[in-house]
Design a protein around this ligand. Structure first.
Ligand code: IMP
Ligand code: MG
Length: 175
């Protein structure tokens, strides 16, 4: 894509492929014999989830949630509205939330609290990216792809104004 808004590469497609395969292997080992229920957070986690589930060697169920954060465009407020909820109850299931990026962590903290109240057997997070400098809550994903610097990231599911999700690598947004 030839677009001046696409800045330097933060994570290459080769590194994404390699790390997603590693995470798939680790999750397969650790959830072996357990009833894995993966929840993809729309829309950003779609590419990550699609690649991750293909790299699993165990069976799993997949569902999606859509949430929107109240607040400004660039800063999340921690007050989250559920736009699309799960189709089925998660009580007694081993739930793994699949997120694109943990920025302040407020969205994920809200989601964790909401889902924990539904009594899953376990509840963990697998995030592709974190920005450690921005984290405002005490939360660390059990499974993590990459730490990135404090830049606005686009590509591999992540958008800016709903664009750039289809880039096959993660780039910084210019400007
Ligand atoms: P948080 O509540 O501040 O952790 O924000 C989480 C959500 O904001 C993520 O799930 C993304 O949808 C969005 N977000 C945060 N940082 C970025 C970024 O660098 N690029 C694209 N989306 C982002
Ligand atoms: Mg998101």
């Amino acid at each position: 894509m030839n677009d001046p808004a696409i800045g330097e590469t933060l994570v290459s497609s080769e590194d994404l492929r390699r790390r997603v395969a590693e995470l798939g292997k680790q999750i397969s080992e650790e959830y072996e014999g357990r009833d894995l229920f993966m929840i993809g957070v729309l829309k950003g986690a779609v590419l990550f989830l699609a690649d991750l589930m293909r790299s699993l060697t165990i069976s799993c169920e997949v569902d999606f949630m859509a949430v929107s954060s109240y607040g400004s465009q660039t800063d999340s407020s921690g007050v989250v509205r559920i736009l699309k909820d799960l189709d089925a109850p998660i009580e007694g299931r081993h739930v793994l939330i699949i997120e694109d990026i943990v920025d302040s962590g407020l969205t994920l903290q809200y989601l964790m609290r909401t889902l924990a109240a539904r009594n899953p057997a376990s509840l963990e997070v697998c995030a592709l990216l974190t920005k450690p400098e921005r984290l405002r809550v005490d939360l660390s994903p059990r499974y993590l792809g990459f730490e990135i610097p404090n830049r606005f990231a686009i590509g591999y599911g992540l958008d800016h104004g709903q664009r750039y999700r289809n880039l096959d690598y993660v780039a910084a947004l210019n400007g």
